[in-house]
Every structure is written in C-alpha cells, then in structure tokens.
Design a protein around this ligand. Structure first.
Ligand code: ADP
Ligand code: ASP
Ligand code: MG
Length: 452
C-alpha cells in the first residue's frame, strides 16, 4: 500500500481534484489518500475562530458567509450530476451549520476554535470522496479522528495509531482508494485537535509509518525539495535524492515544503518519502530514503522567529552541573532548544517557542547572569553530507558570509548540518550569498579558467 498526500493548492480548485483522480488512476497500487484543506481555508477558519473569541460575532458571521460562498461555487464545477451536486451541497450546509453553532457557544474556548479549524480538512475530504463516488470509483472515507491520536505532550502516538488504523483498514479490504483527513487528530481529552500548521505532511508520514507503507508520496506545487528557499532565492534547483537525516534537518530548519516532523515516523519505519509536483507529475521530484547521492552540500534552509538567550555562570571556573541546571529549566517548560554554543563559563542557546520565555529567564537568573535576549533572529542551516572535506565546507560557508554579522555557529554535532545564527534582517542576503558561493561559484570559476 502507498500513502499519497495532496496539499492545499493541489486540492484548491475543482479541476485539481479532477487531476488527483487522474493521477490515482495512473498507478495500480492501493492507496491511502491524505488531503489538506482547500488553499486559504485554514487561514479563513482561524480568522473566524479569532473573531468569535473576540466576541465579534457579526464579523465571524460575515466571514462564514464568504467562505461558504466559495464552497458553494466550488462544487458547481466539481460535480457533473444533479445527484453529485445535491450531495455536495448537503455536505457544505451541514459543516457550515456546525461552524455557525460553534461560534455561538460562549465563552468561546480553544476547544471550539480547534473544531472550527478542523472543518477545512473535513470539507475537502468529504467533497473529494463525493466526487469519487459520483464517477463510480472504488473508494471509502476514513475519519482521521477515529485513529489519529496525540498524547498530553501533543506527540503523536504511533503505536496507538497503528493499532486503530490496522483494525479499521481490515474492514475495507476491497477498496482501492481510502481517503482521509490530514492535520486533524484527537487529544487525550477526546477533543478535536491538530498537528500544527502544515500538519497534513505529518499525518501522511504517521500513516505510512503505521501501516509500513511501500512509499509515502507528498504531492505539492513544486517539483521536490529545492536546494534553497525558492520564495527568496532566484536560482534554485530540485534535489533528486536526500537521506532521511538530511531531509529531517531541512524540514526542521525551515524548508516549508515539509512539516518539521514529517520525516521522523517514515525514518523510524524505513518508509521512503517521495516529493512530487501535482502540476508537473512527470517531473522526478525528490526521493528521501536511507541512501542518497554523495554530493557534499545539498541545501540551505532558514528558520524564522528565533530567540537567543545568553547565559553566564556566576560560579566562574569549573562550573560542572551548570549545563544540567540550565537544561532542566527548558525541560520544565517543554521548550526545545535548537542551537547551543558554549565557552568556559557561558552558554548560549536558541529557542523558537518563546511562550515561556519570561518564566525561563526568571529561573535562569536564580543562578546565572543573563545578557539581554536577542529576538527576531534566524537560523541559517546548511545541510549535506559533510563526512569528507570538513574544513572545506566551513571555509566556503564563512567566506560567503563575510559581510554578515554572525551571532552563533554550530557545527560538528552531526555530519549533516552547519547552522549559523543571524539577525533576520540579513536572512535574504545570507540565503542568496550562500546559494551563489555553495552552488554556483565552482562552475563559474571553471568557466573562467576554461574560457578561450
Ligand atoms: P502544500 O500546500 O502542498 O502543503 P506548502 O506551501 O506547504 O504546500 O509547501 C510548498 C511550498 O514550499 C513551495 O511552493 C515553496 O514555495 C515552499 N518552499 C520553501 N522552501 C522550499 C524548498 N527548499 N524546496 C521546495 N519548496 C520550498
Ligand atoms: N490545512 C492545514 C494548514 O493549512 C494543514 C496542511 O495544509 O498541511 O496548516
Ligand atoms: Mg504544507
């Protein structure tokens, strides 16, 4: 079995849903098809929830009307029969009726907010399933809320997911296509919850890992993982092969094409992940697996909204136990640390979740001196296979960055990652100069020396 995930733009227009069906028909394997919400829907639903939370019910109601109008016209082109259209209208009326009833609940709590946000995937999957039924394909809709579970720390419970999903799949041995929602899940309080923005990729990987799929395919609007952020850098190109480790670093450090945790379950269960372009299905895309071609430097990514905390030990020399005390505080506040650098009496760390920043710094001050935090920082991450020629790589990176102030450097923790902390105002410049130096400089030099 394979798992194919289609993102927001891949389901965002009725003709795109038609193309997904065509794509499914080109491949004979049985598939679980994970869908995101139609592009723009999750943002719109979040805005509706925010209006409801602020008791701006008239605004929430207007936004619901606008979003519903979008779906009303969407189905007119999705379906070609009266019966199909009537079924689609019933789905929309039901779900939007539910959204309206949620907005009316006061006080409006995070539980209702999450239920509203989940509607995007609930709508897209039901409408797509309706279309497959209309054209007579062998398909069934599996509600993700019946098997996708997270624990009290918001971590997916792979074993539980496996157990529930295996039992549910056994009830549909004859269905060729099994459609389900990305992104949404249930928490231990049995409430509707989600896997954070972009979470449908993670759903696909969790399902692929749980059923030990032959392959997980992530279908999006670009021909695979590029060597740099194509939204910021002009000359980028798709990478044909990445190892799980390289892809995990890129996703974690900001390559938006994948949710940061996508690779974890696939790697754990050894399921290859292929990134493909819905608009250009013949393009090879990117294959993520145990092995990859051995080009040294593969790609660059940038992670936004980073805060750096600079901590000095007040005990000065030989302060053993100091790091343990520092990290216990981050653990207490469930705040992951991304980068760390140390000197004899100081340690600097970065975090991207500053929800508990004040409490963390207050506790650190009980035994350490703190410099003022730097917010609005950016981690620039160079990823590749650095097992050979280490000095050469660091040299090229630092040479490219010679005009950009660097706040921290992290290198050597793995053979796949060199990270630099800079102020976010230099992000675009850093991505561009690194791109030129790491991917085009040698070719340019060759041209110069071989020119007649
Ligand atoms: P989907 O809605 O299908 O999940 P996303 O918008 O989440 O799609 O991800 C695809 C987008 O990720 C691309 O359109 C591209 O702009 C952006 N992106 C950022 N960095 C990269 C990268 N290194 N390689 C490819 N795409 C990237
Ligand atoms: N619809 C969700 C989002 O926009 C999940 C996803 O698209 O992956 O974040
Ligand atoms: Mg995405």
């Amino acid at each position: 079995m394979q798992v194919w995930k289609f993102g927001g733009t891949s389901v965002g227009k009725p003709e795109r849903m038609h193309s997904i069906r065509e794509l499914l028909l080109t491949d004979p394997s049985r598939k679980i098809v994970v869908l995101s919400a139609l592009s723009g829907s999750t943002n719109a639903l979040i805005a509706i929830g925010e209006a409801a939370k602020a008791n701006e019910d008239a605004s929430a109601s207007k936004q619901i009307d606008d979003l519903k109008a979008h779906y009303d016209s969407f189905i007119k082109e999705l379906y070609s029969t009266e019966a199909g259209l009537a079924k689609g209208q019933e789905i929309i009326d039901n779900e939007f009726g539910f959204i309206r009833s949620l907005v009316g609940i006061k006080p409006f709590a995070s539980k209702q907010e999450k239920e509203i946000v989940a509607e995007g995937e609930l709508l897209s999957t039901q409408l797509f399933q309706g279309y497959l039924e209309e054209v007579g394909d062998s398909a069934v809709l599996l509600p993700a809320l019946e098997f996708m579970r997270i624990d009290a720390d918001n971590e997916p419970e792979l074993e539980k997911i496996e157990e529930k999903l295996t039992a549910i799949l056994a009830q549909h041995p004859d269905k060729q296509t099994i459609v389900t929602q990305g992104f949404i899940c249930r928490n231990p309080r049995e409430e509707v919850d989600n896997l954070k923005r972009g979470g449908s990729d993670y759903t696909a990987s969790l399902i692929g890992g749980a059923i030990r799929a032959e392959e997980i395919q992530i279908w999006t609007d670009i021909d695979g993982m590029h060597n740099n952020d194509p939204r910021i850098v002009k000359r980028t190109f798709p990478i044909r092969e990445l190892t799980f480790e390289e892809a995990a670093e890129l996703a974690y450090f900001g390559a938006k094409i994948l949710h940061p945790s996508t690779i974890t379950p696939a790697k754990l269960r050894g399921v290859p992940v292929r990134l493909k372009n819905t608009m250009q299905p013949e393009a090879p895309g990117t294959l993520i697996a145990n092995q990859s071609s051995d080009r040294e430097i593969k790609a660059i990514a940038a992670k936004d909204n980073i805060t750096a905390i600079y901590i000095h030990s007040t005990r000065m020399l030989n302060a053993y136990g100091f790091l343990r005390r520092v990290f216990e505080i981050f653990e207490k506040y469930k705040t992951p640390v991304d980068m760390i650098t140390t000197s004899e009496v100081s340690v600097s760390v970065t975090i991207d979740n500053s929800e508990h920043l004040e409490a963390i710094t207050a506790e650190l001050r009980e035994f350490a001196d703190l410099e003022e935090n730097d917010s609005d920082q950016n981690i620039i991450c160079v990823v590749g296979n650095f097992s050979a020629d280490k000095e050469g790589i660091a040299l090229k990176v630092l040479e490219a960055m010679k005009n950009i102030p660097i706040r921290m450097i992290s290198y050597g923790a793995s053979e796949h990652n060199l990270s630099l902390l800079i102020h976010s105002k230099y992000k675009a410049e850093a991505l561009n100069v690194l791109n030129e130096r790491l991917f085009y400089y040698e070719d340019a030099m060759k041209d110069i020396f071989t020119a007649p």
